[in-house]
Design a protein around this ligand. Structure first.
Ligand SMILES: Cc1ncc(COP(=O)(O)O)c(C=O)c1O
Length: 354
């Protein structure tokens, strides 16, 4: 079963091919030396417009966009991160030499305790994802769940004078009327100082970006090691991201369809007896438990013609393995039915459903 994310969209593929023909297969060097193309600048300008932020710096991967945040940190600074933030934000803190404290997922009381306990003179940064990928799905913005509690974070950041960095890898292109992500969906974009995105999810290619105030982005261009010491994004990826961005902007019905499809499939999986919380998030986590059982279910699903991702330790805590189902806007109702039927048959064979 081959559903078509934007990476398979003819317009995105054509843009990549045309860029290779015009500009070659590689960028030739770092943005700061000989790797900068007008295409990068065009992409940055369009992304800034899309995200509603003054400036954007494009990086060669989403991982590198988050790693760039490390350049804003130094010894003496404290970063307080949601326990479920992606590894790249943790690596950014290490690279910046700051101290890392972690609060329980979306637990604002815990976040406040950590903020209150720290040195009031230290620079403080709160890091969160806009929408968490592998944690439990909770669709109500007002409760703890897999969309960050931005109202709570914004309030605490104001009270304790902390900066807020949001990794929108999973929510940009999906949440919010304009698709700008979780902060837009919450109506709190100004509460986020720096937003990072990746092109490897909603934007159908590879690459990433950091968005924020002009002075921060200018500083990062010259100081972020993941920008300075690596080759610029390839022309093909830059052109593909630009084409995907135009589609995200022009075709909001895609994200509406995606959310409807996710609601339907997650509801069906819950109805079958899986511990799935029905939600309109397109990354559906199906808790399984032990790694071996997870591999078994993954294999049974594969044999049924359904490709999923087995998330095992260290991607998730030991004993909490899960199957991750990633939907796209082009999955049809017939395909959703087939996926649900495959989960029913595979779950019985794997001994998970009776
Ligand atoms: C939350 C989050 N941030 C960042 C990244 C890194 O993005 P990329 O794969 O573009 O390097 C990922 C990738 O899985 C992610 O899930």
């Amino acid at each position: 079963m081959r559903a078509g994310p934007l990476s398979g969209d003819a317009r995105v593929k054509e843009a990549a091919v045309a860029a290779i023909r015009r500009l070659g297969a590689g960028s030739g060097g770092s943005r700061l030396t000989n790797g900068s193309l007008a295409l990068h600048e065009e992409l940055e300008a369009r992304l800034a417009e899309f995200l509603g932020r003054p400036a954007v710096m494009v990086t060669s991967a989403g991982y590198l966009a988050n790693l760039a945040v490390g350049a804003l940190l130094g010894p003496g600074d404290v970063v307080i991160g949601d326990r479920l933030v992606h590894a790249c934000l943790i690596d950014a803190v290490r690279l910046g030499g700051a101290r890392l404290r972690r609060y329980r997922h979306n637990d604002m009381d815990h976040l406040e305790r950590l903020l209150a306990a720290g040195d009031p003179d230290a620079g403080r940064m709160i890091v969160t994802e806009g929408m968490f990928s592998t944690s439990g799905n909770v669709c109500d913005f007002s409760t703890s769940g897999n969309v960050c509690d931005l109202p709570g974070i914004a309030k605490l950041a104001r009270t304790y004078g902390a900066r807020v960095v949001m990794d929108s890898a999973h929510d940009a292109g999906l949440l919010g009327d304009a698709g700008r992500g979780a902060a837009e969906a919450h109506g709190l974009e100004e509460a986020v100082d720096v937003q990072t995105i990746t092109f490897s999810k909603s934007f159908g290619t590879i690459g990433g970006a950091v968005a924020g105030p002009e002075e921060i982005i200018l500083y990062l261009r010259h100081h972020a090691r993941s920008m300075v010491f690596t080759a610029a994004l390839s022309p093909a990826c830059a052109a593909a991201a630009l084409a995907a961005l135009e589609i995200v902007v022009a075709e909001p019905e895609r994200r509406r369809r995606l959310r409807t499809a996710a609601g339907r499939l997650s509801g069906e999986l819950a109805g079958l007896g899986y511990a799935v919380v029905p939600s309109d998030r397109p990354v559906i986590a199906v808790p399984v438990g032990e790694d071996l059982r997870c591999f078994r279910l993954w294999r049974e699903l594969f044999d049924e013609g359904v490709f999923t991702t087995a998330m095992i330790s260290p991607g998730v805590p030991p004993g909490q393995a899960l199957i991750r189902v990633s939907l796209t806007a082009t999955h049809t109702d017939a395909q959703l039915d087939r996926i649900a039927a495959a989960f029913a048959a595979a779950g019985r064979r794997a001994g998970l459903l009776h």
